[in-house]
Write a protein that binds this ligand. Structure first.
Ligand code: SF4
Ligand code: SF4
Length: 248
Protein backbone atom coordinates (compact mmCIF):
# COMPACT_ATOMS: atom_id res chain seq x y z
CA UNK A 1 0.00 0.00 0.00
CA UNK A 2 1.31 3.46 -0.92
CA UNK A 3 2.16 5.68 2.06
CA UNK A 4 1.41 9.41 2.22
CA UNK A 5 5.14 10.03 1.59
CA UNK A 6 5.03 7.84 -1.55
CA UNK A 7 1.99 9.73 -2.84
CA UNK A 8 3.58 13.14 -2.19
CA UNK A 9 6.86 12.13 -3.84
CA UNK A 10 5.09 10.83 -6.94
CA UNK A 11 3.35 14.20 -7.35
CA UNK A 12 6.57 16.08 -6.63
CA UNK A 13 8.25 14.63 -9.73
CA UNK A 14 6.31 17.44 -11.44
CA UNK A 15 6.22 21.00 -10.23
CA UNK A 16 2.53 21.60 -10.99
CA UNK A 17 -0.53 19.54 -11.86
CA UNK A 18 -4.33 19.71 -12.15
CA UNK A 19 -6.61 20.43 -9.19
CA UNK A 20 -10.36 20.04 -9.84
CA UNK A 21 -13.26 21.30 -7.72
CA UNK A 22 -16.99 21.65 -8.20
CA UNK A 23 -18.45 25.07 -8.91
CA UNK A 24 -22.14 24.32 -8.42
CA UNK A 25 -22.88 21.49 -10.87
CA UNK A 26 -19.84 22.17 -13.05
CA UNK A 27 -16.27 21.01 -12.64
CA UNK A 28 -13.52 23.63 -12.56
CA UNK A 29 -9.83 22.90 -12.92
CA UNK A 30 -6.57 24.79 -12.47
CA UNK A 31 -2.85 24.13 -11.99
CA UNK A 32 -1.43 24.06 -8.47
CA UNK A 33 0.83 21.84 -6.34
CA UNK A 34 1.16 20.21 -2.95
CA UNK A 35 3.62 22.06 -0.73
CA UNK A 36 4.21 19.32 1.78
CA UNK A 37 2.69 16.39 3.68
CA UNK A 38 2.56 14.95 7.20
CA UNK A 39 0.58 12.30 9.08
CA UNK A 40 -2.56 14.41 8.62
CA UNK A 41 -2.49 14.62 4.82
CA UNK A 42 -1.26 16.58 1.78
CA UNK A 43 -1.08 20.40 1.99
CA UNK A 44 -1.66 23.06 -0.64
CA UNK A 45 -2.34 26.80 -0.61
CA UNK A 46 -4.52 29.27 -2.42
CA UNK A 47 -5.62 32.87 -1.93
CA UNK A 48 -8.84 33.76 -0.20
CA UNK A 49 -9.80 36.14 -3.04
CA UNK A 50 -9.87 33.38 -5.69
CA UNK A 51 -12.87 31.33 -6.91
CA UNK A 52 -10.76 28.23 -6.06
CA UNK A 53 -10.98 29.22 -2.38
CA UNK A 54 -14.76 29.73 -2.57
CA UNK A 55 -15.19 26.30 -4.17
CA UNK A 56 -13.02 24.60 -1.58
CA UNK A 57 -14.90 26.26 1.28
CA UNK A 58 -18.28 25.33 -0.18
CA UNK A 59 -17.60 21.85 -1.57
CA UNK A 60 -14.80 20.73 0.77
CA UNK A 61 -13.71 18.25 -1.93
CA UNK A 62 -10.96 18.06 -4.50
CA UNK A 63 -9.52 15.78 -7.20
CA UNK A 64 -5.86 16.07 -8.21
CA UNK A 65 -4.13 14.39 -11.16
CA UNK A 66 -0.59 14.43 -12.56
CA UNK A 67 1.24 12.57 -15.32
CA UNK A 68 4.98 12.00 -15.57
CA UNK A 69 6.52 10.47 -18.71
CA UNK A 70 9.99 9.47 -19.81
CA UNK A 71 9.92 12.07 -22.62
CA UNK A 72 9.22 15.79 -22.84
CA UNK A 73 5.54 14.89 -23.30
CA UNK A 74 5.22 16.13 -26.91
CA UNK A 75 2.58 14.14 -28.83
CA UNK A 76 3.73 11.99 -31.75
CA UNK A 77 1.70 9.74 -34.05
CA UNK A 78 2.36 6.62 -36.10
CA UNK A 79 1.52 6.19 -39.80
CA UNK A 80 -2.10 5.25 -38.90
CA UNK A 81 -2.48 8.50 -36.94
CA UNK A 82 -2.50 6.68 -33.61
CA UNK A 83 -0.84 8.43 -30.67
CA UNK A 84 2.47 7.21 -29.33
CA UNK A 85 2.47 7.28 -25.54
CA UNK A 86 5.94 7.38 -23.99
CA UNK A 87 6.17 5.23 -20.86
CA UNK A 88 5.45 6.89 -17.53
CA UNK A 89 2.84 7.03 -14.82
CA UNK A 90 -0.11 9.04 -13.73
CA UNK A 91 -1.30 9.49 -10.21
CA UNK A 92 -4.65 10.75 -9.03
CA UNK A 93 -6.26 11.36 -5.67
CA UNK A 94 -9.68 12.66 -4.66
CA UNK A 95 -11.13 13.35 -1.27
CA UNK A 96 -12.03 15.77 1.49
CA UNK A 97 -10.21 18.98 2.42
CA UNK A 98 -10.27 21.37 5.35
CA UNK A 99 -8.77 24.80 5.83
CA UNK A 100 -6.09 25.29 8.50
CA UNK A 101 -6.18 28.34 10.75
CA UNK A 102 -3.07 30.56 10.75
CA UNK A 103 -2.37 29.42 14.33
CA UNK A 104 -2.45 25.77 13.27
CA UNK A 105 -0.05 26.48 10.41
CA UNK A 106 2.40 28.33 12.67
CA UNK A 107 2.22 25.53 15.24
CA UNK A 108 3.05 22.95 12.56
CA UNK A 109 5.94 25.07 11.23
CA UNK A 110 7.36 25.33 14.76
CA UNK A 111 7.61 21.55 15.01
CA UNK A 112 8.24 20.63 11.38
CA UNK A 113 10.51 22.38 8.84
CA UNK A 114 8.39 21.09 5.97
CA UNK A 115 5.80 23.81 6.80
CA UNK A 116 8.22 26.75 6.72
CA UNK A 117 7.54 27.28 3.00
CA UNK A 118 3.80 27.69 3.72
CA UNK A 119 4.55 30.30 6.42
CA UNK A 120 6.90 32.22 4.10
CA UNK A 121 4.22 32.28 1.40
CA UNK A 122 1.65 33.54 3.90
CA UNK A 123 4.00 36.34 4.99
CA UNK A 124 4.60 37.39 1.40
CA UNK A 125 0.93 37.12 0.35
CA UNK A 126 -1.36 37.61 3.37
CA UNK A 127 -4.48 36.54 1.42
CA UNK A 128 -2.93 33.06 1.27
CA UNK A 129 -4.45 30.22 3.24
CA UNK A 130 -3.60 26.52 3.63
CA UNK A 131 -5.75 23.46 3.04
CA UNK A 132 -5.08 19.84 3.87
CA UNK A 133 -6.41 16.92 1.84
CA UNK A 134 -7.04 14.75 4.89
CA UNK A 135 -9.09 11.77 3.59
CA UNK A 136 -8.65 10.49 0.09
CA UNK A 137 -8.53 7.57 -2.28
CA UNK A 138 -6.35 7.34 -5.34
CA UNK A 139 -4.53 5.37 -7.95
CA UNK A 140 -1.01 5.04 -9.29
CA UNK A 141 -1.23 3.97 -12.96
CA UNK A 142 2.16 3.06 -14.38
CA UNK A 143 2.14 2.55 -18.16
CA UNK A 144 4.42 1.25 -20.88
CA UNK A 145 1.93 0.82 -23.71
CA UNK A 146 4.64 0.06 -26.28
CA UNK A 147 6.22 -2.55 -23.95
CA UNK A 148 9.63 -0.88 -24.31
CA UNK A 149 10.72 -1.67 -20.75
CA UNK A 150 8.70 -4.77 -19.72
CA UNK A 151 6.36 -7.43 -21.12
CA UNK A 152 3.04 -5.92 -20.02
CA UNK A 153 1.45 -2.53 -20.56
CA UNK A 154 0.24 -1.38 -17.17
CA UNK A 155 0.69 -1.80 -13.45
CA UNK A 156 -1.89 -0.04 -11.33
CA UNK A 157 -2.40 0.21 -7.61
CA UNK A 158 -5.28 1.79 -5.76
CA UNK A 159 -4.95 3.10 -2.23
CA UNK A 160 -6.64 5.28 0.34
CA UNK A 161 -5.67 7.45 3.28
CA UNK A 162 -7.60 7.82 6.51
CA UNK A 163 -9.93 4.88 5.90
CA UNK A 164 -11.70 6.08 2.75
CA UNK A 165 -13.36 3.24 0.77
CA UNK A 166 -12.05 2.40 -2.70
CA UNK A 167 -12.65 -0.22 -5.36
CA UNK A 168 -9.76 -2.45 -6.46
CA UNK A 169 -8.85 -2.21 -10.18
CA UNK A 170 -9.81 -4.85 -12.73
CA UNK A 171 -12.82 -6.76 -13.96
CA UNK A 172 -13.75 -10.05 -12.29
CA UNK A 173 -14.47 -13.52 -13.72
CA UNK A 174 -17.11 -15.66 -12.04
CA UNK A 175 -15.46 -19.11 -11.72
CA UNK A 176 -18.89 -20.77 -11.55
CA UNK A 177 -19.74 -19.47 -15.05
CA UNK A 178 -16.34 -19.74 -16.76
CA UNK A 179 -16.13 -22.58 -19.33
CA UNK A 180 -12.35 -22.16 -19.79
CA UNK A 181 -12.63 -21.42 -23.52
CA UNK A 182 -9.67 -19.00 -23.47
CA UNK A 183 -11.35 -16.30 -25.56
CA UNK A 184 -10.72 -13.64 -22.90
CA UNK A 185 -6.96 -14.34 -23.08
CA UNK A 186 -7.11 -14.15 -26.88
CA UNK A 187 -8.60 -10.64 -26.89
CA UNK A 188 -6.79 -9.12 -23.89
CA UNK A 189 -3.85 -6.97 -25.06
CA UNK A 190 -2.82 -6.16 -21.47
CA UNK A 191 -1.59 -9.63 -20.45
CA UNK A 192 -4.02 -9.49 -17.54
CA UNK A 193 -5.72 -12.89 -17.95
CA UNK A 194 -4.48 -15.88 -15.98
CA UNK A 195 -5.44 -19.24 -17.56
CA UNK A 196 -6.54 -22.08 -15.30
CA UNK A 197 -9.37 -24.47 -14.62
CA UNK A 198 -11.39 -21.32 -14.49
CA UNK A 199 -9.71 -18.19 -15.86
CA UNK A 200 -9.05 -15.13 -13.69
CA UNK A 201 -7.94 -11.50 -14.08
CA UNK A 202 -4.90 -9.85 -12.53
CA UNK A 203 -6.43 -6.54 -11.44
CA UNK A 204 -3.10 -4.69 -11.34
CA UNK A 205 -2.57 -5.35 -15.09
CA UNK A 206 -6.20 -4.84 -16.17
CA UNK A 207 -7.09 -1.61 -17.99
CA UNK A 208 -10.85 -2.30 -17.63
CA UNK A 209 -11.04 -1.94 -21.43
CA UNK A 210 -14.00 -4.33 -21.68
CA UNK A 211 -12.65 -6.57 -24.48
CA UNK A 212 -12.83 -9.79 -22.45
CA UNK A 213 -16.18 -8.81 -20.95
CA UNK A 214 -17.67 -8.23 -24.43
CA UNK A 215 -16.20 -11.36 -26.04
CA UNK A 216 -16.90 -13.88 -23.26
CA UNK A 217 -19.48 -16.41 -24.57
CA UNK A 218 -20.51 -17.43 -21.05
CA UNK A 219 -21.21 -13.94 -19.63
CA UNK A 220 -18.77 -14.87 -16.89
CA UNK A 221 -17.11 -11.44 -16.65
CA UNK A 222 -18.55 -8.53 -14.71
CA UNK A 223 -17.89 -5.00 -15.99
CA UNK A 224 -17.99 -2.07 -13.61
CA UNK A 225 -20.42 -0.28 -15.96
CA UNK A 226 -22.17 -3.05 -17.95
CA UNK A 227 -23.39 -2.60 -21.53
CA UNK A 228 -26.80 -3.52 -22.86
CA UNK A 229 -26.58 -7.26 -23.75
CA UNK A 230 -27.25 -6.79 -27.50
CA UNK A 231 -24.51 -4.16 -27.72
CA UNK A 232 -22.12 -6.27 -25.62
CA UNK A 233 -22.48 -9.26 -27.96
CA UNK A 234 -22.09 -7.14 -31.12
CA UNK A 235 -18.92 -5.51 -29.74
CA UNK A 236 -17.65 -8.91 -28.59
CA UNK A 237 -17.91 -10.31 -32.16
CA UNK A 238 -16.01 -7.32 -33.52
CA UNK A 239 -13.26 -7.62 -30.90
CA UNK A 240 -12.74 -11.34 -31.43
CA UNK A 241 -12.69 -10.96 -35.24
CA UNK A 242 -10.09 -8.19 -34.93
CA UNK A 243 -7.90 -10.18 -32.51
CA UNK A 244 -7.95 -13.21 -34.82
CA UNK A 245 -7.21 -11.08 -37.90
CA UNK A 246 -4.07 -9.77 -36.18
CA UNK A 247 -2.79 -13.34 -35.70
CA UNK A 248 -3.27 -14.49 -39.28
S1 SF4 B 1 -13.95 -16.01 -22.16
FE1 SF4 B 1 -15.31 -16.29 -20.41
S2 SF4 B 1 -15.73 -18.47 -20.37
FE2 SF4 B 1 -13.99 -18.18 -21.72
S3 SF4 B 1 -12.19 -18.51 -20.38
FE3 SF4 B 1 -12.64 -16.32 -20.38
S4 SF4 B 1 -14.00 -16.00 -18.64
FE4 SF4 B 1 -13.97 -18.17 -19.04
S1 SF4 C 1 -10.90 -5.69 -19.20
FE1 SF4 C 1 -9.41 -5.46 -20.87
S2 SF4 C 1 -7.46 -5.32 -19.81
FE2 SF4 C 1 -8.89 -6.13 -18.33
S3 SF4 C 1 -8.64 -8.35 -18.50
FE3 SF4 C 1 -10.33 -7.75 -19.84
S4 SF4 C 1 -9.40 -7.46 -21.85
FE4 SF4 C 1 -7.75 -7.47 -20.35
Amino acid sequence: MMTIKDVYERFEKLHSYSFATLDGDYPEIRIAHFLTYDEEGLYFMTMKVKPFYEQLKRGKKIAVCAQVTKSDGAATHDEDGLSYFPAGYNIRVSGDVRELSTQELYAKAKKDDRFIGCVKDLERYPTMTTFVLHSFKGELYDFDFEKEFRDHKIERERFSFNGMDFIEPGFVIDPAKCISCGICAEVCTFAAIIPGESYSIMGSHCDECGSCYSACPATAITAKAPLDEVERKAIGKQILAYARSQKS
